[in-house]
Design a binder for this molecule. Structure first.
Ligand code: ADP
Ligand code: MG
Length: 256
């Protein structure tokens, strides 16, 4: 049985200008421990889809099942990482990670310490968010979600605000986390290299209305090298899928 089963027939928004159809026929499954990236042009419904899976929006025609139960509301077993880290400025790194959980409890303290090591922030446990770079703060947000042991971690363009070097580093850290923690990851991006580098499966979406165009397998072993010829070959194949004019924005952002 798949861990996650998404079957959205339709999702529309009522606006002052009438109905906006955001998603149509979006169906896929995700196995436990899988890393899937979702790529598509701006406005194709990526965030709408992730919010539906998170239970943040249940107003659509269709069903989503996580671990056999229908998703009806947000819960801690569905971790959500936004583009900005959303940390508490008055709390230290370790307190942000624990937030409402008791840091004094030995097993929580131990798990927070393990996660701080995993996100490569040793020596920063007592730092405050204002002392952290954007990449470091985002790693704290990821550790906070992981402490809740989510069944799935949903990431909505989490590295979109970071510079290219930090972004590459974050991709490596996230793969380390995935390999050690075995957390199921669903990661939205509009960066082609990022989509290929991280995932075993890339869901390609197209817009108007937002739908799945193709589910593209990435059969490259880890660790991957972006400059390798096999990586570049897959990149080329994927780029060829985005030939429509409304998708040029995506291609441009990938530096072509
Ligand atoms: P993406 O994340 O791929 O850029 P979104 O999921 O944010 O796309 O948006 C998909 C479509 O739904 C867009 O046309 C957007 O304008 C519309 N949309 C998203 N959220 C709302 C909302 N709360 N009200 C009305 N329209 C919305
Ligand atoms: Mg979005």
């Amino acid at each position: 049985m798949p861990l996650l089963k998404v079957s959205i027939r339709q999702k529309t928004f009522d606006t002052t200008k009438g109905k906006v159809q955001a998603l149509q026929d979006v169906s896929f499954q995700c196995k436990e421990g899988e890393f899937i990236t979702i790529i598509g042009p701006s406005g194709c419904g990526k965030s709408t889809l992730l919010k539906a899976i998170a239970g943040l929006d249940t107003n659509f025609d269709g069903e989503i099942f996580l671990d056999g139960s229908e998703v009806k509301a947000p819960s801690i077993d569905k971790g959500f990482i936004f583009q900005e880290p959303r940390l508490f400025p008055w709390m230290t790194v370790e307190k942000n990670i624990a937030s409402d959980l008791p840091l004094k409890k030995a097993e929580i303290k131990k798990e927070v310490e393990r996660l701080i090591k995993l996100i490569r922030l040793e020596c920063f446990e007592a730092a405050y968010p204002k002392e952290l770079s954007g990449g470091m703060a985002q790693r704290v947000a990821i550790a906070r979600a992981l402490l809740r042991n989510p069944k799935v971690l949903l990431l909505d363009e989490p590295f979109g605000a970071l510079d290219a070097f930090t972004r590459s580093h974050m991709q490596e850290v996230l793969l380390d986390i995935w390999q050690e923690n075995r957390t199921t990851m669903l990661f939205v991006t509009h960066d082609i290299d990022e989509a290929i580098y991280l995932a075993k499966k890339v869901i390609i979406m197209s817009s108007k209305p937002g739908t799945i165009r193709e589910i593209f397998p990435v059969d490259l072993p880890f660790p991957r090298k972006k400059s390798s010829s096999s990586f570049q070959e897959i990149r080329h194949l994927l780029l060829n899928k985005f030939e429509k004019v409304d998708e040029l924005e995506l291609v441009n952002s990938a530096g072509i």
